[in-house]
Design a protein around this ligand. Structure first.
Ligand SMILES: Cc1cc2nc3c(=O)[nH]c(=O)nc-3n(C[C@H](O)[C@H](O)[C@H](O)COP(=O)(O)OP(=O)(O)OC[C@H]3O[C@@H](n4cnc5c(N)ncnc54)[C@H](O)[C@@H]3O)c2cc1C
Length: 434
């Protein structure tokens, strides 16, 4: 087993931990990454789009050899009704040129592995199959970590906790509270095989272009959550995410929610003829800004999902927050090493850096999102139905004069929801979505 002492111990070889390791090792610090999977990415799950705005600062040419699936040029947000959808989308050709809007679909098993190899090439030691269970204390101070293996004691000046959502280690030292039902999303996802040609034809794509379709409203049987479809090279990722609280209230289980989503008349034609290649489930921290726990203490920093850094608004960003927080923790470790001081006083720089970055600024902007959605369940159950009635009624071709139809539909709409109700919901949503 490894016996030397490191400047930096990183627990977790996902995007956050690997970014911290990359930055620190590039500056000449000795770094070890401990990853419980057989390789980085082995068990990692996401939608999804890997947002590379921060990665591209660290590795400007990364897209030349990173295992990227497709460049996301088209995004669509849909309100699913019981049998249809009302949607808005963009598609920009400029997003198919460098830097590709920093938005790529990836498969984490390939991407995280590639990233970990870059970190190793930069000089860090990566140990896989290494589950970190606890800390090593000396006179009340953290001096390292205990790995679940013979002689598994590893010493270091600073431990960066990048062990993902529900960080058991952060909880152990009181930096993380138990996740609450309303602040935690359960997500289930399938990777379905579909030929490259069919993907391009079905989703209206040229070459390496890709789409991200996100669905609200009846995506998860009226519960608070959403569904998604992302295109990869020759597979598509399909999944749903629902808060645990809403799952319990609606008495739905996540598998049934995914089946219902896949069988929705809007979704079915998009996944027809596919075969399941992979099935996975994962939690997403959804507490946002108000639930961020303490981010550092003597000899410790917490990054990525372990710190709760996910922006679950319309933007659905987590990977870039993970990479940014890892980068800033890596930079803070370098400053601490230069000063020879890894105390909380010096590590508080990490929080300062986060406050000046998009990570805490964005999370602060969307801090009321969770509560607002919880207080406005009509967005997920009542509104999709009445909007469907209004829009489908308006466009029904039946010879009824337009002015008469508009007036009738408007009065029918007003019986179901007042103008005041709509405006209030719109203002609430405006405050938390954009
Ligand atoms: C279904 C789903 C869809 C998503 N879609 C998107 C999307 O489209 N775009 C986006 O930007 N974000 C998305 N996210 C969020 C994004 O995946 C996360 O924010 C991001 O992966 C966080 O990176 P991380 O390194 O902090 O954690 P993780 O990626 O979870 O990595 C943590 C690592 O720590 C390891 N580990 C855990 N415990 C230990 C231990 N005790 N010892 C050693 N190693 C340990 C794990 O094996 C893992 O490799 C999605 C998440 C989910 C679940």
């Amino acid at each position: 087993m490894v016996e030397e002492k490191f400047d930096v111990i990183v627990v977790g070889g996902g995007p956050a931990g690997l970014s911290a390791a990359f930055v620190a090792v590039k500056a000449g610090l000795s770094v070890i990454v401990l990853e419980r999977g057989d390789y980085s990415g082995a068990k990692n799950v996401f939608g999804g789009i890997f947002f590379t705005n921060v990665l591209s600062e660290m590795m400007p040419d990364f897209f030349k050899d990173a295992p990227l699936e497709r460049n996301v040029t088209k995004r669509r947000w849909s309100l699913l009704t019981s049998d249809g959808e009302i949607s808005g989308e963009y598609k920009f050709n400029k997003f198919n040129k460098e830097p590709f809007n920093n938005s790529f679909t990836v498969l984490r098993a390939k991407f995280d592995k590639w990233f970990s190899e870059k970190v190793e090439q930069a000089g860090a030691m990566l140990i896989t199959g290494a589950v970190v269970d606890d800390f090593i204390f000396d006179n009340g101070k953290i001096k390292g970590v205990k790995v679940r293996m013979d002689d598994g004691e590893i010493y270091g000046d600073v431990v960066i906790l990048a062990d993902g959502v529900n960080s058991l280690l952060a909880k152990k030292i009181g930096l993380h509270k138990e996740l609450q039902k309303e602040d935690t999303i359960v997500s289930v996802k399938e990777i379905l095989s579909l030929s490259k040609e069919k993907i391009e034809e079905r989703f209206g794509l040229n070459g390496n272009e890709g789409v991200a379709f996100e669905y609200f409203g009846y995506a998860v049987k009226g519960a608070i959550g959403s569904g998604f479809i992302y295109t990869n090279k020759d597979t598509i990722s399909v999944g749903v995410g629902v808060t645990i609280k809403s799952l319990l209230e609606h008495k739905i289980n996540p598998n049934d929610a995914l089946e219902a989503f896949k069988n929705h008349p809007v979704i079915l034609p998009l996944i027809r003829g596919t075969e399941q290649k992979e099935y996975s489930a994962h939690l997403i921290p959804d507490g946002g800004y108000n639930k961020i726990s303490k981010l550092y203490t003597d000899n410790i920093m917490v990054v990525g999902d372990a710190a709760g850094f996910v922006n679950a608004s319309l933007f659905h960003e987590g990977t870039n927050l993970a990479v940014m927080s890892g980068k800033l923790a890596g930079e803070t470790a370098i400053e601490a090493k230069n000063k020879g001081d890894f105390s909380a006083k010096i590590l508080s720089l990490y929080e300062e850096k986060l406050k000046n970055s998009f990570v805490l600024k964005d999370l602060k902007q969307f801090r009321k999102l969770g509560k607002t959605l919880e207080k406005n369940p009509q967005i997920f159950n009542k509104y999709p139905i009445i909007l469907e009635e209004f829009v489908s009624g308006l466009f029904t071709v039946d010879g009824e004069p337009k002015w008469q139809k508009e007036k009738r539909l408007f009065f029918e709409l007003m019986k179901k929801e007042s103008i005041f109700g709509f405006i209030k919901t719109a203002i609430n949503l405006r405050r938390v979505i954009l």
